[in-house]
Design a protein around this ligand. Structure first.
Ligand code: F6R
Length: 606
C-alpha cells in the first residue's frame, strides 16, 4: 500500500528520502516520487516503477532542499503511471497521500468550477487544490483544519508549502502515520520501519490528528485544530533483522526463521518449569466470557479459522470467525460476554482496524494478536498478545502465520485450563509437545529438493486444488492463497468432503491437487476423497505425517511426509511444504517473490 516519508532538516534531505522509500518498498507499489523545497520552488520528480527507476531517471543526488516528501504509490484511483504518481503539486502546495478520498469527485467538480486545473486521475490531487483554495482566505492552521474536515474517507498525508520552507504538515485519519525525532531534523513516515535507519524515537498520530514537523520542533493538533501533547515512544527491534542475509528473498529467509518464531513464542508464553502458560494479566474473569469472535483478513483470517478448530476441540466456548471487511458492515449483535480477537501481522489493516473500532465503540472486550506491537490495532485493543516473530518483509505472510496460530493455540489451551475443560495431565502433555515443535519444524523444512521438482507441475497447470478436512482445512486454504498470490496460478482451497457438491467438475486429466491427509481422526475420510479425485485424473501430491503404517492408497503422484506430533500441532508442520511449493513455483517463473503484482504488505485502504 502507499508509503509516505517526509524530512525536515538542516541539510539536504533527498538521499535520506530515497533511502526511506526503499525501506517502504516491502509494502508493494507501482510508482514513486519525491518533492523538495529550495530557492522558493517546489522540485517534483516522479516515475512509474520502482525507486531505482526514479533514481535512474533523475539526478536526485544533486537535488537541493532541506525539506521534502516522498511516496511509493499503490494505485487506487487512476492507472499506475508517472502523472498519477505522488507527490501532486499546485503552484504553492505539494502532497503525498495514503488512503482513499471518497468524496473526491464532488470536491473536484467544485474546484474545477473555481478555476483549478487537474493533471492526474487521482483522488489525491483534490487535496492539493483544496488546501491551495483554503489558504487564500484562512490562516495556515485554520486552512489545514478546514481542509481535513472537508475530506471524507481515509488518509495519511504529508504536505509541504512553497511559502513555508521550514515545515511539513502530517495528518491522519484511518491510515497510519508516525513522527520521528532526530538530531537537527525530524521525520514523518507511514511506519516506524521507514524511519528506523534514522531514529528509534517516534510518536504515532491518532485518528483525526495533524502535526507540523520542523527540523527542531514538532507540534500536534486535534481535529478541531487545538494544540495537544503526545508521548514519544522508544522502539526496540534492531535494524539487522531487516536484512536478507544470504537468502535470495525475504520470503525464503522468513520461511527458514520459523523454528525460531515458534521458539520465541514458546519462550514468551510458556513457563517450562511449571508446565504452565504465562497469560496472567488477562483483564477479564474467564466467567465473563462465554463466546469468542475471531476477526482478520487473508492469511490472518486463516489463522482465525485454524483457531476455531482448536477452541472447539479444547473448550465449550461458542466460537465464531469473521472476515473483517464483512464484519464491519454487517448488522452485528454485540453481546456483553463476548471476547473479540483481532488477528493481524501489521496491526494496520484498514478493515481489521475498522472492525476493532466498531467493537470498542460498542464497549466490547477486545484483544489483539499482532506482530507489530506499536501498531494501531495493538494500541487500541484492550489486551494484546504479541506474536514476537520479528519484522516480516515478504508480502506473502509465512512466519507471521505460524506465529499467529501458535499464540491462538496457546490461548485456547489456557482458556480450556482456566475453564477446567481439560485435565491437568492432558494440559501438561500438550504443553510438553509444544516444546518439541521448533525441532520438528526444523526437520520438516528439509524438503527443498523434493518440492523444487514438484513445483514445475503446478506452474504449468491451468489451475490447482488444495484439499483438507478438519484441522487441515484452514491449511489447505492458506496453501492455495500462497500459490495464487506468488505464482499467479489459479488455486482453490476446499474442504475435501465438499468436492462432490460441485468442484469435482473441475478435475480433469493431469490437474495437480494437493491433499492434506495427516494420520488424525479425519485421515480415512480424506483418503477416500483423494481417491475420488485420482479416479477423475488428478495428479495428487499427498502431504501426510511420518508414521510406520504405509499410506493405504494407490496411484498417488507424489507424497511428502512431515514429522510426527500430536494431532493439534500437525497443522504447523503441514504448512511448511505449502509455503515452499508456492516459493519455488514463483522462483521458477522468475516472479517478484517478495513483492507480488497488485499486492501490498500493509493494506491500509479498504
Ligand atoms: C497473504 C497475506 C495477506 C495478509 C492480509 C492481512 O500472504 O499476507 O493475506 O494476511 O492482508 O494482513 P495483516 O495480517 O497485516 O492484517
Amino acid at each position: 500500500m502507499c508509503g509516505i516519508i517526509g524530512i525536515s532538516s538542516n541539510k539536504s534531505v533527498s538521499a535520506n528520502i530515497v533511502n526511506s522509500l526503499k525501506k517502504l518498498e516491502y509494502r508493494g507499489y507501482d510508482s514513486a516520487g519525491i518533492a523538495t523545497l529550495s530557492d522558493g520552488k517546489i522540485n517534483e520528480f516522479k516515475s512509474e516503477g520502482r525507486v531505482d527507476k526514479l533514481e535512474q531517471n533523475f539526478d536526485l543526488k544533486n537535488l537541493k532542499g532541506n525539506i521534502g516528501i516522498g511516496h511509493v504509490r499503490w494505485a487506487t484511483h487512476g492507472m499506475p503511471n508517472s502523472v498519477n504518481a505522488h507527490p501532486h503539486s499546485s503552484f504553492n502546495v505539494s502532497v503525498v497521500h495514503n488512503g482513499i478520498i471518497e468524496n473526491s469527485t464532488v470536491l473536484k467538480k467544485h474546484l474545477v468550477e473555481q478555476g483549478h486545473n487537474f493533471k492526474s486521475q487521482t483522488d489525491t490531487e483534490v487535496i492539493v487544490h483544496l488546501i491551495t483554495e483554503n489558504l487564500k482566505t484562512k490562516d495556515f492552521e485554520v486552512a489545514i483544519t478546514k481542509t481535513l474536515k472537508q475530506l471524507h474517507g481515509s488518509f495519511a498525508l504529508g504536505i509541504v508549502f512553497k511559502d513555508m520552507p521550514d515545515l511539513i504538515v502530517g495528518a491522519r485519519r484511518g491510515s497510519p502515520l508516525a513522527v520521528g525525532y532526530g538530531p537537527n531534523e525530524n521525520y514523518l513516515g507511514s511506519d516506524s520501519y521507514a524511519l528506523k535507519s534514522m531514529t528509534n524515537k517516534v510518536t504515532y498520530l491518532d485518528d483525526g490528528e495533524f502535526c507540523i514537523v520542523k527540523k527542531d520542533q514538532v507540534l500536534f493538533f486535534n481535529e478541531e485544530g487545538k494544540k495537544i501533547n503526545k508521548k514519544i515512544l522508544e522502539l526496540s527491534s534492531n535494524e539487522a533483522s531487516y536484512d536478507k542475509g544470504d537468502f535470495k528473498h525475504f520470503m525464503a529467509k522468513e520461511i527458514e526463521e520459523q523454528p525460531n518464531t515458534i521458539k520465541t513464542g514458546i519462550k514468551e508464553y510458556i513457563d517450562k518449569t511449571n508446565s504452565e502458560i504465562n497469560i496472567f494479566n488477562f483483564p477479564w474473569k474467564v466467567s465473563e466470557i462465554n463466546s469468542i469472535t475471531l476477526i482478520g483478513c487473508g492469511t490472518a483470517y486463516h489463522s482465525c479459522l485454524m483457531a476455531k478448530y482448536w477452541f472447539d476441540e479444547l473448550t465449550q466456548l461458542d466460537v465464531n470467525i469473521d472476515i473483517a471487511s464483512e464484519f464491519r458492515y454487517r448488522k452485528n449483535r454485540f453481546k456483553e460476554n463476548s471476547l473479540y480477537i483481532f488477528v493481524s501481522q501489521s496491526g494496520e489493516t484498514a478493515d481489521t482496524y475498522a472492525a476493532l473500532d466498531l467493537c470498542n465503540k460498542n464497549k466490547m472486550k477486545t484483544c489483539a494478536v499482532v506482530n507489530v506491537i506499536e501498531s494501531s490495532i495493538a494500541r487500541d485493543s484492550k489486551f494484546v498478545l504479541p506474536i514476537h516473530c520479528g519484522p516480516e518483509i515478504g508480502v506473502a505472510s509465512t512466519k507471521a502465520f505460524l506465529g499467529q496460530i501458535l499464540i491462538l493455540y496457546i490461548l485456547a489451551l489456557k482458556l480450556s485450563s482456566l475453564r477446567k475443560e481439560i485435565t491437568k495431565e492432558n494440559y501438561q502433555e500438550k504443553i510438553k509437545d509444544l516444546q518439541d515443535l521448533p525441532k520438528l519444524i526444523e526437520k520438516s523444512l528439509l524438503i527443498d529438493n523434493d518440492i523444487q521438482a514438484i513445483s514445475s507441475t503446478f506452474n504449468e497447470a491451468k489451475g490447482s486444488m488444495f484439499l483438507g478436512r478438519g484441522f487441515s482445512y484452514p491449511i489447505a486454504l492458506e496453501g492455495a492463497l500462497k500459490l495464487k498470490e506468488l505464482s499467479y496460478v489459479h488455486a482453490e482451497g476446499y474442504p475435501a468432503g465438499e468436492m462432490k457438491h460441485g468442484p469435482l467438475a473441475l478435475i480433469e486429466d493431469g490437474m495437480p491437487v494437493v491433499v492434506l491427509a495427516p494420520r488424525d481422526s479425519y485421515y480415512l475420510k480424506t483418503i477416500s476423497n483423494m481417491q475420488e479425485v485420482i479416479a477423475r485424473g488428478a495428479k495428487v501430491l499427498l502431504i501426510t505425517n511420518k508414521i510406520k503404517d504405509e499410506v493405504v492408497s494407490e496411484n498417488i503422484w507424489e507424497t511428502i511426509e512431515v514429522e510426527n506430533t500430536n494431532n493439534d500441532l500437525l497443522p504447523f508442520l503441514l504448512t511448511i511444504p505449502l509455503q515452499k511449493l508456492a516459493y519455488y513455483s514463483a522462483l521458477k517463473k522468475g516472479y517478484d517473490i517478495d513483492k507480488p503484482r497488485n499486492l501490498a504488505k500493509s493494506v491500509t485502504v479498504e
